[in-house]
Design a protein around this ligand. Structure first.
Ligand SMILES: [Zn+2]
Length: 329
């Protein structure tokens, strides 16, 4: 629309009835939602220096796509591309709704359920699920991998879940061919859940959590809770001049010793007075409790997706921006 026409258009706003104002406001919100996604995709194209097909650097504008995204034509290979060519977002028909899902996942309030999103965006729940899986992939860089200064480390765990697994179905259908799954079915456990055998049972997956005071955070699945597992996972993460605070697990002591760094063992239980005002693991304790309330609504996510959920949690607490996710795809 030309600037002159636009001014005329705006000046007619005074003539609207209250009902029309509401309608117009709704329309504007809708349009803004769509353009946000397109802006994110176009920024990605502008930042991209070369053709995704051949790597040539010269390009010209070449109209817009059906979804109204700027298209370019490569001067090297004469093929066309947009900001989302070669990304997993390439085949999305509604990037605007996809961005809505990203925003919902990063919303400081609890994220909506797949069903709620499906109803709100009027998309099939399997579409929303598929989008969510794509987005989980984009969160994979959310955890920090270098920790300095006062570093807090601790473990938490997530109950193992074979949700969606076919192992019992296969076994019951053909007992000769498939082995009996080593674990009972979820409904056979009763109210008290999995019995705890000295520490963690084999059905509780340990997660190493690390945080420093500059806001670096990490949630990482580790193969076990042995001294070696904790030590190996932590070794590449902690800077040489860090100060480690932990609950005193052997793995942390071993790391502190081999690195020659200071190590504070914190024995205080939550609510108890801290041993020292600076050397504590309150941030980690706080993260653990936030993790528990984040993960609760999923009723134990399938373990094959657990890493994605951990990245999702870290992306939420480290305040990743929705537009950045769209561009990172
Ligand atoms: Zn090219």
């Amino acid at each position: 629309m030309k600037a002159h026409d636009f001014r005329k258009f705006i000046s007619r706003f005074d003539d609207l009835t209250p009902g029309q104002v509401q309608d117009a406001a709704r329309q504007i919100t809708e349009v803004r939602r769509k353009t946000e996604a397109i802006i994110a995709i176009e920024t990605r194209a502008q930042e991209r220096a070369s053709c995704p097909h051949c790597g040539h650097e010269g390009r010209v504008r070449w109209g817009r796509t059906r979804t109204n995204i700027q298209r370019y034509r490569c001067e090297g290979c004469a093929r066309t591309f947009t900001g989302r060519t070669g990304s997993v977002a390439q085949h999305l028909h509604r990037p605007d709704l996809f961005l809505e899902v990203v925003k919902d996942m990063l919303d400081p309030r609890a994220p909506s359920s797949i069903r709620q999103l499906s109803r709100r965006l009027q998309r099939n729940k399997y579409t929303i699920w598929r989008w969510r899986m794509i987005i989980l992939g984009a969160f994979s860089g959310a955890s920090s991998d270098i920790f300095a200064g006062i570093v807090e480390a601790d473990e938490t765990y997530q109950r193992e879940s074979r949700k969606g697994s076919r192992e019992w179905v296969r076994y019951l259908r053909n007992k000769g061919k498939y082995p009996k799954p080593p674990r009972r079915r979820w409904y056979e456990y009763g109210k008290r859940g999995i019995p705890m055998l000295r520490g963690l049972s084999r059905w509780q997956l340990p997660i190493l959590t690390v945080a420093d005071r500059s806001g670096a955070q990490r949630f990482q699945r580790i193969p076990g809770r042995s001294k070696g597992a904790v030590y190996t996972a932590l070794l590449p993460l902690v800077a040489k001049d860090a100060v480690l605070c932990s609950d005193g697990h052997d793995g942390y002591s071993a790391l502190a010793e081999s690195r020659g760094i200071e190590h504070f063992v914190i024995k205080a239980k939550p609510g108890q007075k801290m041993a020292s005002p600076t050397h504590h693991i309150q941030n980690i304790n706080n993260l653990h409790s936030r993790y528990k309330s984040f993960i609760r609504p999923f009723r134990g996510p399938a373990s094959k997706y657990l890493e994605g959920y951990l990245d999702w949690f870290v992306a939420r607490v480290s305040k990743v921006q929705p537009e950045d996710v769209l561009r990172a795809l």
